[in-house]
Design a protein around this ligand. Structure first.
Ligand code: OOG
Ligand code: MG
Length: 258
């Protein structure tokens, strides 16, 4: 087994078992190319277990997230069906290592979208748009990592919840949003923080996925990135996002299994 496969296996095991591991690249030797190769292989292990690819998530598309994590390049990860949690349902806390939640915008595509596209072309491929919550869960101890390490770890992808789908012609340029935990607002922001307009994140997703040989497909979901800093979540909490015009999405964090 070469070292990329070995890292992929370690990261997949940690994600599968919901346990943390030490940073894999303490000497800063991994290139971004290696990192994406590890990500592809580790998601490949999930697919081999029967999970189905359902889309792409973008990372570090807002200043709030870049500042929180101290990293500043836009990155992307692969979403599978097993990551989608039921809207309004219970998420199983024991499946996660040390989860955080962040507000996102979700697009679902009605057509493939590949390569260098304009914002208008990107919007023309959108079937619907929705408010979403991403549950990120770095597999690394203390949620600490370098850019290649987080990319190798599928950009902390772990869970996501999608709210009601809306007409793609809804203007999503600058929608106010509030994340509440147990009814208390904990993050307030706007969709404008996503590269100035969330559609720019979709444009970037189209370019980066095609460059990786996995162009965006009809039916795929694209998460545009966290619009605010992420918040820790704990068993027993109720987490909700309310977004202007698009409504709300929520979940309850189930008690830790004994
Ligand atoms: C990396 C994932 C970044 C986003 O929306 O910016 C991300 C992390 O913060 O652990 O999902
Ligand atoms: Mg995110």
């Amino acid at each position: 087994m070469n070292s990329l496969d070995n890292f992929a296996r370690q990261l997949d095991d940690a994600a599968h078992q919901g346990r943390e591991l030490a940073q894999i690249d303490p000497d800063n030797k991994l290139s971004m190319e290696d990192a994406y190769a590890i990500q592809k292989r580790s998601v490949g292990l999930r697919l081999a277990r029967g999970e189905r690819r359902v889309g792409v998530k973008m990372g570090f598309t807002s200043r709030a997230k870049m500042v929180q994590m101290g990293l500043s390049d836009v990155v992307w990860g692969r979403l599978t069906d097993a990551m989608q949690e039921e809207e309004g349902g219970d998420v199983n806390f024991s499946r996660y290592v040390h989860p955080r939640v962040e507000p996102e915008v979700a697009f679902i595509l009605k057509k493939p979208l590949a390569g260098r596209v304009t914002p208008a072309e990107a919007l023309a491929a959108v079937e619907a748009v929705a408010p979403a919550l991403e549950i990120i869960d770095s597999r690394y101890r203390d949620f600490k990592f370098t850019l290649p390490e987080v990319v190798a770890d599928n950009c902390s992808s772990s869970g996501f919840v999608v709210g009601p789908w809306h007409d793609p012609r809804t203007d999503v340029a600058n929608l106010g949003l509030v994340v509440s935990i147990d009814g208390r607002p904990v993050q307030i922001g706007s969709t404008a923080s996503l590269l100035g307009h969330p559609v720019r994140s979709l444009v970037a997703a189209a370019r980066l996925s095609a460059a990786a040989g996995e162009p965006l497909q009809a039916g795929w979901i694209v998460l545009a990135g966290g619009a605010t800093a992420a918040e820790w979540i704990r068993p027993g909490q109720h987490v909700c996002i309310e977004m202007q015009r698009l409504g709300s999405a929520s979940f309850h964090v189930g008690e830790q299994a004994a």
